[in-house]
Design a protein around this ligand. Structure first.
Ligand SMILES: CCCCC/C=C\C/C=C\C/C=C\C/C=C\CCCC(=O)SCCNC(=O)CCNC(=O)[C@H](O)C(C)(C)COP(=O)(O)OP(=O)(O)OC[C@H]1O[C@@H](n2cnc3c(N)ncnc32)[C@H](O)[C@@H]1OP(=O)(O)O
Length: 155
């Protein structure tokens, strides 16, 4: 998995689907039956995804669970790493839920790097409905890590 992940840090053409983080990734893995199967493409300096939440991710009836929305946004940020060229992990994630995200409605999610300071990446994202109205916004701090972060033994 480490070798295939490293290969994903290469130039990606505008508009073409970016590769999933790995096959079982909760956000984008095509083989995870509980996952969101997020499909993401490069858009200029950022990334964009068109995504519809389904009944596996329901919170209140008809409304996507807030944690599911946060999961998808967190994973979307993970695609910016292909463009930045370094592995990094989420240190802080904030989501502002302006209006409910509805099950069965197609949303457009966008994310970009706001600034890069040493190991820290300050990221921003938004989620908009079919009429273009913004239903949620997010910020995150990712911290760049070495490959040992993923291989180190932990309790
Ligand atoms: C090329 C090969 C790649 C190999 C990868 C291999 C396999 C991976 C396979 C698949 C990956 C799959 C998916 C990944 C993609 C996306 C999925 C979404 C992302 C996630 O789902 S990921 C999981 C959740 N995530 C974690 O599991 C992190 C747990 N955590 C830690 O592992 C540590 O916490 C760590 C390492 C993050 C930092 O620890 P640390 O000890 O290295 O660093 P430290 O604490 O010193 O902070 C460093 C600097 O950040 C500043 N700082 C801290 N907090 C701040 C804040 N709130 N605001 C502003 N600045 C802040 C400090 O002030 C300091 O700043 P300064 O450097 O300037 O002093």
């Amino acid at each position: 998995m480490l070798a295939t992940w490293a290969e994903k840090f290469r130039p990606h053409r505008e508009g073409v689907d970016l590769p999933p983080h790995h096959e079982q990734c909760l956000g984008c893995g095509p083989d995870n039956p509980h996952g969101h199967h997020l499909q993401v493409r490069r858009h200029g300096d950022g990334v964009v995804a068109d995504h519809t939440f389904d009944n596996r991710h329901v919170g209140a009836p008809g409304i996507a669970h807030g944690g599911a929305v946060a999961t998808v946004i967190d994973d979307l940020y993970g695609f910016l790493l292909y463009l930045v060229g370094t592995p990094a992990v989420t240190r802080q994630l904030t989501v502002e839920y302006r209006t409910p995200v509805m099950i069965g409605v197609p949303y457009r999610l966008q994310a970009q790097v706001q600034r890069h300071e040493g190991r820290k990446l300050f990221l921003v994202a938004s989620i908009a409905g079919p009429d273009g109205s913004v239903v949620g916004t997010s910020t995150a701090v990712f911290v760049a890590v070495g490959i040992d972060h993923f291989t180190r033994e932990r309790q």
